[in-house]
Ligand binder design. Structure first.
Ligand code: NDP
Length: 401
């Protein structure tokens, strides 16, 4: 019986709140708080209608206002804060958790607003403070980062003596019928994919131009898709926690149409994050673009197809080379039917709920700041199967990489 405060009211929060509401034995009291309270109220009303649970509380909060957050935490008294707003708020929410004495969980690492750069250093710097307070902060507990780290931990525990090559492959084989839309917050998404790529090899990070490396990869139940090398945050913690890794890369699929739109957006300056003056008002082009693009939360209704995200791993077991592929496919339509949100929100919100459940039921413990691969993967993956994201594995297959 635990109390959780969920911050943010976008697609990921919707899914996570639905999933928490389905388990009153663990999540006995839930509050959703975000910048726009009406969005929290909508989630609470939909849950009352769909699940019959009418006790979800809501509140308005600016998650960058630490005193206001501390006051909210002190009045609701949660055991855990689940942060599903934006990466810009990671540090203020961690500060508030420390001050009010509650555990913390998020799905994306901190990113300063004025620089498109994300890395764990800012959050890892909280290690001693969380330890001193006897609190736990779980970082990156969505799908990628999140399940991909748990998949790697599972592979290391059950399939390999040493992992040498890790390729994380992320395919969205879905079709939402729009000319151009992003599957989660457009500002965060476009900042992420227009950066230079990076991968890890033999102890060094190698930088690439955006979309410089492309491979045709086959995804289960989807087929062949063009996959591009990107930098992704879990690579940073995985190469640290698995020092036998010689090379770690991340691949994501993009269609030609998507890339053409993205190129135009960049060429005309709409991906800019520096404020400009427009008719006497300061606007950030990328934030303006977000306002005119489809809301990722509204893509679900006509979204067909599946996502497929997994880890393709090569290493050594009992002195012999071994390959291993572990993945999940998620249907956009099934996600929408259950929660009113599309598959990308679903694949993030479900692991956030399971991570919270692991912490609250004592399956994942300790103090300090930890990435998901530092915990026992087995109970998490058992729940992943049970709560909507069944996973599959194949041994000694062609990894194509
Ligand atoms: P949305 O943009 O749909 O939702 C973000 C929510 O945060 C909105 O409700 C927004 O409020 C709220 N918010 C923004 N700023 C503040 C603030 N200062 N104070 C309070 N609330 C605020 O995003 P998603 O639901 O798609 O994504 C949520 C998070 O999940 C993001 O951090 C994203 O990076 C992460 N993510 C992680 C993935 C993974 O696999 N690990 C994959 C996909 C997403 P308002 O409604 O007023 O704008």
């Amino acid at each position: 019986m635990s109390r959780v405060l969920i911050i943010g009211a976008g697609g990921v929060s919707r899914v996570c709140t639905y999933k928490c509401a389905q388990h009153p034995d663990v999540f006995s009291a839930i509050m959703v708080a975000s910048r726009t309270k009406s969005k929290c109220d909508q989630i609470a009303a939909d849950i009352a209608k769909d699940i019959g649970r009418d006790d979800i509380e809501t509140a308005a909060i600016d998650a960058e206002d630490v005193p206001a957050l501390v006051a909210l935490i002190r009045s609701f008294k949660p055991d855990l804060v689940i942060h599903l707003a934006l990466p810009y708020q990671d540090l203020t929410i961690m500060d508030a958790c420390l001050e009010a004495g509650v555990h913390y969980l998020d799905t994306a690492n901190y990113e300063p607003k004025d620089e498109a750069k994300f890395e764990y250093s800012w959050q890892w710097a909280y290690q001693d403070r969380f330890k001193e307070k006897g609190l736990l902060a779980i970082l990156g507990c969505g799908f990628d980062p999140g399940v991909t780290g748990v998949f790697t931990a599972y592979a290391a525990k059950h399939h390999f003596d040493e992992i040498h090559y890790l390729d994380i492959v992320d395919c969205n084989g879905g079709d939402h019928g729009k000319a151009f839309a992003t599957n989660f917050n457009p500002e965060i998404n476009i900042r992420e994919i227009t950066q230079k790529g990076r991968y890890y090899e033999n102890g060094k990070w190698i930088e690439t131009e955006p979309f410089e490396y492309r491979k045709e990869l086959n995804y289960p139940n989807i087929g062949e898709r063009s996959s591009y090398l990107l930098y992704h945050e879990e690579l940073e913690s995985l190469v640290k926690n698995y020092p036998t890794i010689k090379r770690a890369r991340f691949w994501m699929t993009f269609g030609d149409e998507y890339l053409t739109h993205l190129r135009v957006i960049q060429n005309i300056g709409m991906a800019g994050i520096e404020p400009i003056n427009y008719q006497g008002q300061e606007i950030v082009p990328l934030q303006f673009l977000k306002a005119v693009l489809p809301d990722p939360g509204d893509l679900g209704e006509n979204y067909s197809g599946e996502t497929s995200i997994g880890c393709r791993i090569k290493g050594i077991k009992d002195g012999k080379e071994k390959t291993y592929y572990i993945w999940n496919n998620c249907s956009h339509q099934a996600a929408y039917d259950e929660t009113g949100a599309q598959g990308v929100s679903y694949t993030t919100g479900v692991p956030a709920m399971i991570g919270a459940m692991m912490l609250l039921t004592g399956k994942w413990g300790g103090t300090g700041v930890k990435n998901v691969e530092e915990f026992n993967p087995d109970p998490f993956l058992e729940k992943l199967n049970e709560y909507g994201l069944a996973w599959h594995e194949k041994v000694n297959v062609d990894l194509e990489l």
